[in-house]
Design a protein. Structure first.
Length: 215
């Protein structure tokens, strides 16, 4: 049962003075005037220090890739791509670069080819081939091969690609294998240039843009 608060009744001038005094006292007394205990004031919580957002620096633009100065292939030309798919595995593709990325870092080959396993073959096939590099002679032809690697590029075609042949990846050419050379020749074949490893049956298509250089 709630107990009501009753104010004292005072008459005349003294009544007015008493009521004014009571009115001034009530805010300070709070609920105590009604016989209730006043709640303690909450302890102020210090605000966390202000923080100034540090702007994220924009990434430095990557240097542009170096395109081949010349390209040649005896593959079968279909829609701008040269297909290496002969039964003798003798078809080749050759790129020549007259400029190399600045020393002393190694050279990164950025590769993009098409691949399948037969004529009008299925999508999603990885590319398998041999890649060799050399420095060009005075006639522009490659000298002795300075390095050779069997390469596998993953198929990166999205589901929306109606063909699904695109394969991409990178390969590092150690600059130490080039000596002081400032030019480079790159070759892709399906047979081992050194004749040590077996030929590869994957059908691979290339273009001039299939090989580019980066740091």
């Amino acid at each position: 049962m709630t107990r009501s608060c009753r104010r004292p009744v005072v008459h005349g001038v003294r009544a007015v003075a008493a009521m004014m005094a009571l009115a001034l006292a009530l805010p300070a007394l709070g609920l105590a005037a009604c016989g209730k205990t006043q709640e303690p004031a909450p302890v102020p919580v210090p605000l966390p220090p202000s923080r100034t957002a540090t702007p994220t620096p924009s990434p430095s633009p990557s240097p542009p890739l170096l395109a081949a100065s010349s390209f040649a292939s005896d593959g079968e030309l279909i829609s701008g791509w040269y297909w290496l798919r002969d039964s003798q595995h003798k078809q080749t593709a050759l790129w020549s670069f007259q400029t190399l990325p600045p020393a002393p870092g190694d050279i990164v080959l950025h590769l993009q080819v098409l691949a399948t396993d037969r004529v009008d073959g299925p999508r999603g096939i990885e590319a398998h081939f041999y890649l060799a590099w050399a420095t060009p002679g005075a006639d522009g032809l490659p000298g002795p091969w300075l390095g050779r690697l069997p390469v596998t590029l993953p198929n990166v075609s999205p589901a929306t690609d109606p063909v699904g042949y695109t394969c991409e990846g990178t390969l590092v050419v150690p600059r130490a294998t080039l000596g002081d050379a400032t030019r480079l020749v790159v070759q892709i074949t399906r047979s081992d240039p050194r004749g040590e490893l077996p030929s590869l049956d994957t059908h691979v298509a290339v273009s001039q843009a299939s090989v580019s250089l980066g740091p």
